[in-house]
Write a new protein. Sequence first.
Length: 307
Amino acid sequence: MRGDTKHLHERLRAGDFLALARGITIVENELDGYGSLLLNLRENIRVPVIGITGPPGAGKSTLVNALLHYWLKENKKIAVLAVDPSSPFNYGALLGDRIRMSEFYTNPNIFIRSLATRGTLGGLSAKIIEITSLVREAPFDIVLVETVGVGQSEVEIAGLADCTVVALVPEAGDEVQTLKAGIMEIANIFVVNKADRADAEGLFRNLRMLAHERAGDAGETPVIKTIATDNTGIEELANAITTFVARQDAIPDKRVHLLTEKCWQLIQRERMKNISHNKLYNELAEAIQRDDFNLFAFTKNFLEHSV
Ligand SMILES: Nc1nc2c(ncn2[C@@H]2O[C@H](COP(=O)(O)OP(=O)(O)O)[C@@H](O)[C@H]2O)c(=O)[nH]1
Ligand SMILES: [Mg+2]
């Protein structure tokens, strides 16, 4: 098995898409060789991971599609990880959308993989940290991660991506007020997609105002109007992403900060590995039979024998 994964690493570094697909399957399902595959990675942490998040239907996949076209013209090699259950990159998608994306499946410069989501509400794949690391062992210029924004997942993608693009559409206008604090924290770039709609201008102005109010040392968060379906604003978006990433590269602790975030999540997962609600329930059911039951003593004891 060790020999197998060693071979896999060589193929990955050579940019072999079949090896990458195989590696992702191994990681996603924790198949044999999973541990050594990860421990022997030589990930290029300089390859930017770009997160594209936002509500379902905002046009994230269409934006990814347009960005792929744009970057292909610049001879970039790009990996796309789609963690959106409704994404046209997924098999269950609308036929029209699948045809629209299918041109990329045979392109040697584009790798597309859709990942299972952790929960029914979308969010990130349980193994997204490992999978982006794996992808960065292959010679890509850019890694795009599409995630549907549902609660926690926007925050999680911000901990994973070097640049987080939040895509919104005019009908999200009211949401912006309620999400205000949260999305301002995580968005490095705002996209007002479906700018062909009459009410896009209002959302655009609102976001510009918010970005202005919240401007920090790094300046105002760019707000870009796009019509993803006809490539309007895509060049501007691509430039904003490139500019943002280049600026991040100049901040020495930014990369360490992101790695800290990922490491934190890996540790958390490792520590929680042997702890399940079921097990807690069963042990508690027994423990409360005792007259001297104490929740804190129980917890302390539970931790000592399960971690
Ligand atoms: N009018 C208009 N429709 C768009 C635009 N961008 C995407 N759409 C459409 O919106 C729908 C949802 O797009 P999709 O990319 O699947 O959204 P996602 O769920 O955020 O990935 C699709 O039918 C797209 O064709 C746009 O700029 N203008
Ligand atoms: Mg999508």
